[in-house]
Design a binder for this molecule. Structure first.
Ligand code: FAD
Ligand code: NAD
Length: 483
């Protein structure tokens, strides 16, 4: 290990490891310091996303969906399977295998790109020096760099009234590793994590109660999509209670007693396990020595400009550690941008087209502005909506709930937002994001040929519907008026 590098990255999540790889590709000498250890105590690259976030949650969502379909839907497809059973241990082992394959993949990429991997806790000192405390030996060394990229990510936000307790009151990491299916599962927070993990355990057999403080469901989504989501989730048996403020939790006799209030008064629920999923907070605590003078925003985010420069020369910050949505792909794009800037290139991130996805069934996916945001800004727009119920491929799949909605500027027809709820929307959204990125109009989408029979035809039809000319829907105007 050298003691001087062109670039030192602190944090090897999807923001930091991508920044490290791109900087190395651009000819820089790079070291990446990371302190993540897996349950066996081994150092693992990939940060929250690979070890305890995007990847393990999606593995469990896929596996639980297969199980749920086998139990409840195969017969409808004409497929008879007798004696469908759950092997939770095998399901969890598969999840761990996928995680380990991917984290080891990043280690190989580091090696291939000549990146020095340093297992330890990094701290920014003044003058772009970085103190690294080794995980195993608890000894510190000091390194120097021309540029430092802070990518320390985020951690689950604690909730004072619901402190974590063994495997009974857990955060998202604990909820990805339950050893048995809880009979009654409570979830505080019906946000992205609450819904995705609530869905996993519901499919595996839990009765799931979600307590959400806000009276409005999924306030970041387009209203019409959020309403459809709430209807479908409730139909699936997710017991979502809105405007519910938890006031106390107590562990008694191996169960969890939850007190909460809503508009109708005080209530209490007893559950077998409780997941606390009330947001995440940036990991900036102790990351920078006070004499560096680094500026923080409210909530402990490192203050950066549009190109992720902190107030310290040569020091950048990216990913969950800085403003903007806490999404892996947002952090990765910032990582690439910063590496390019360091190499003297021109680079930027288009924050207006960040895709968002909730990987439940149906999936919810969107990019750009919502209809309520356009109304609030008094911006004239036209909307087109097309339901999956009128799409042949969705019928073949047996997944006919939901819709695609396209919003376009009333004067220029430029796309302003695309919102979806339905089958495989996480994949469908990509073509909408490309259209938004290229500044396309709804007419551009309407004039594009989509293969038949595909789910993507719903995007085509929604774009046609902006002009009131959807083909496979007689009542296009009527449904839009009802929305
Ligand atoms: P992180 O991934 O948090 O990585 C930061 C790394 O830095 C960690 O390894 C940490 O240990 C290390 N570190 C911290 N401080 C130090 C230090 N001082 N020294 C050394 N190392 C340090 N996002 C999506 O886009 N799609 C999804 O489907 C999705 N699903 C999710 C599911 C769950 C359950 C959770 C919890 C999150 C999910 N996210 C998802 C969010 C996503 O995981 C984060 O946005 C992403 O991981 C942020 O990347 P990052 O590199 O900024 O930080
Ligand atoms: P979130 O912000 O999505 O949801 C938290 C929810 O908890 C909110 O609805 C909030 O109103 C509610 N809440 C807050 N305090 C509460 C309280 N005291 N009682 C009841 N409800 C309360 O946060 P999250 O679900 O914890 O996820 C954290 C981050 O991880 C998100 O920013 C998200 O972007 C990211 N993530 C993304 C994905 C994905 O892209 N599919 C999946 C999981 C997580």
């Amino acid at each position: 290990m050298k003691d001087r590098y062109d670039v030192i990255v602190i944090g090897a999540g999807p923001a930091g490891y991508v920044a490290a790889i791109r900087a190395a590709q651009l000819g820089k000498s790079v070291a990446c310091v990371d302190d993540w250890t897996d349950p066996a105590g081994e150092s693992a690259l990939g940060g929250t996303c690979l070890n305890a976030g995007c990847i393990p949650s999606k593995v469990l969502l896929e596996a639980s969906e297969v199980y749920d379909k086998a139990r409840h839907e195969f017969a409808d497809y004409g497929v008879r399977v007798d004696g469908v059973g759950l092997d939770l241990e095998a399901m969890m082992a598969r999840k761990d295998r996928v995680v380990s394959e991917l984290t080891r993949g990043i280690a190989s990429l580091f090696e291939a790109n000549g990146i020095q991997r340093i297992e330890g806790r990094g701290k920014l000192l003044s003058g772009r020096r970085v103190e690294v405390t080794s995980l195993r030996l608890n000894v510190a060394v000091e390194l120097e760099a021309e540029y430092v990229i802070l990518a320390a990510g985020s951690k689950p936000a604690p909730l004072a009234v619901a402190p974590l307790h063994e495997d009974l009151v857990v955060d998202s990491t604990g909820a990805l590793a339950f050893a048995s299916v809880p009979k009654r599962l409570g979830v505080i927070g019906a946000g992205v994590i609450g819904l995705e993990l609530g869905a996993v355990w519901r499919r595996l057999g839990s009765e799931v109660i979600l307590l959400e403080a806000q009276p409005e469901f999924l306030s970041m989504c387009d209203r019409q999509i959020a309403q459809e989501a709430l209807r479908q989730y409730r139909k699936q048996g997710l017991d979502i209670r809105l405007g519910a403020r938890v006031t106390a939790c107590a562990v008694e006799g191996g169960r969890v007693d939850i007190d909460y209030q809503d508009a109708r008064g005080d209530h209490d629920e007893v559950v077998d396990r409780l997941i606390v999923a009330v947001g995440r907070q940036p990991g900036s605590d102790g990351l920078c020595a006070p004499d560096t003078g680094i500026l923080l925003d409210n909530g402990g985010f490192i203050h950066v400009d549009e190109q992720c420069r902190t107030n310290l020369p040569g020091v950048y910050a990216i990913g969950d550690l800085v403003r903007g949505p806490m999404l892996a792909h947002k952090g990765s794009e910032e990582g690439i941008m910063v590496a390019e800037l360091i190499a003297g290139h021109t680079a930027q991130v288009n924050y207006a087209t960040i895709p968002s996805v909730i990987y439940t069934r149906p999936e919810i996916a969107w990019a750009g502005l919502t209809e309520q945001a356009l109304k609030a800004a008094d911006r004239p727009y036209r909307a087109g909506v097309f339901p999956f119920a009128a799409n042949g491929r969705a019928r073949a799949l047996g997944e006919t709930g939901g819709m695609v909605k396209v919003l376009a500027d009333a004067e220029t027809d430029r796309l302003l937002g695309v919102h979806m709820i339905g089958p495989h929307c996480s994949e469908l959204l990509a073509s909408a994001v490309i259209a938004l990125e290229f500044g396309a109009s709804s007419e551009d989408l309407a004039a594009t040929m989509f293969a038949h029979p595909t789910l993507s035809e719903t995007l085509h039809e929604a774009a046609l519907d902006v002009g009131g000319r959807a083909i496979h829907r007689a009542s296009a105007q009527k449904v839009r008026r009802e929305a």
